[in-house]
Design a protein. Structure first.
Length: 260
């Protein structure tokens, strides 16, 4: 999948592709798995490997025509027989194979983004912080203790059938029904989850891979959206000069002799 989502369709000539402006810090990719790497400081990090791009700009939304501004990125491709008429029409307009995943990103300024451009992992740098969004793993039907971390009931004095019970809910009943929002057993997982301010430990541009610190939502192969973080990032450490450096800085510069 290194070049598959920018491969021209059958019978299309391969034209030079323009890169999307790097001011747009977002990409679409998939979760590959987890591993361990050593950082620049020699520390060992548990990282998630995310394959992002190369992505194609499928289309753009403008405020004049659509009421809002956005850039839609496409990742991966599918066979022609698996695509519907709209997907085939979009692929023909760009001159590539039908796109598998499409994601829109709202922007305040389009800043030169146009249909058909390519976006790769080069728009991010090691040490930057990003936000990652994906669908979490499905857990099926779960009880209150697993779903909401309830403590459970006492495990003694014959209360064998109440150890994992959710407890009383009489205060949340009205008109013969349970009010919305009551924490009870039910379907768990398959939610849209975002992890914020995740540090990029390493970038492998040859394979379009991002190695980010820690875990990210979803199972292997899930589609991810990677954006520049909206959180406040820590500033780089300030280098403090030594005592000798302070003395040299405090010493006034020697005056040059006046020209005769």
């Amino acid at each position: 999948m290194t070049e598959e989502n920018i491969t021209p369709a059958a019978g299309e000539a391969k034209a030079p592709v323009q890169e999307m402006p790097k001011v747009h810090k977002f990409l679409v990719g998939e979760k590959v798995g987890m591993t361990q790497v050593f950082g620049p400081d020699g520390s060992l990090y548990g990282v998630t490997v995310v394959k992002v791009g190369p992505c194609r700009v499928a289309y753009t939304r403008t405020k004049e025509k659509d009421g809002y501004q956005a850039v839609c990125l496409g990742f991966g491709h599918k066979k022609d027989k698996s695509a519907n008429a709209a997907e085939k029409g979009l692929a023909k307009k760009i001159g590539i194979q039908p796109i598998r995943h499409l994601r829109e990103f709202r922007v305040n300024d389009l800043s030169g983004a146009e249909q058909g451009q390519v976006a790769g992992v080069e728009r991010f740098a090691e040490g930057e912080y990003v936000d990652l969004q994906a669908i979490s793993k499905g857990k099926g039907f779960a009880g209150g203790m697993k779903r909401y971390n309830f403590r459970g009931g006492p495990a003694s004095h014959g209360a064998s059938d109440r150890e994992r019970a959710p407890g009383s809910l009489g205060s949340r009943r009205s008109l013969g029904r349970v009010l919305p929002g009551q924490r009870m057993a039910g379907h768990m997982g398959m939610d849209t989850v975002t992890v914020q301010k995740v540090k990029i430990i390493k970038i492998i541009p040859q394979e379009q891979l991002l190695l980010v610190n820690g875990g990210v939502p979803g199972a292997k192969g899930i589609t991810l959206c990677v954006t520049s973080t909206v959180k406040k990032v820590p500033k780089p450490p300030v280098v403090v000069a030594g005592k000798k450096g302070k003395k040299d800085a405090a010493k006034p510069a020697a005056k040059k002799p006046a020209a005769k």
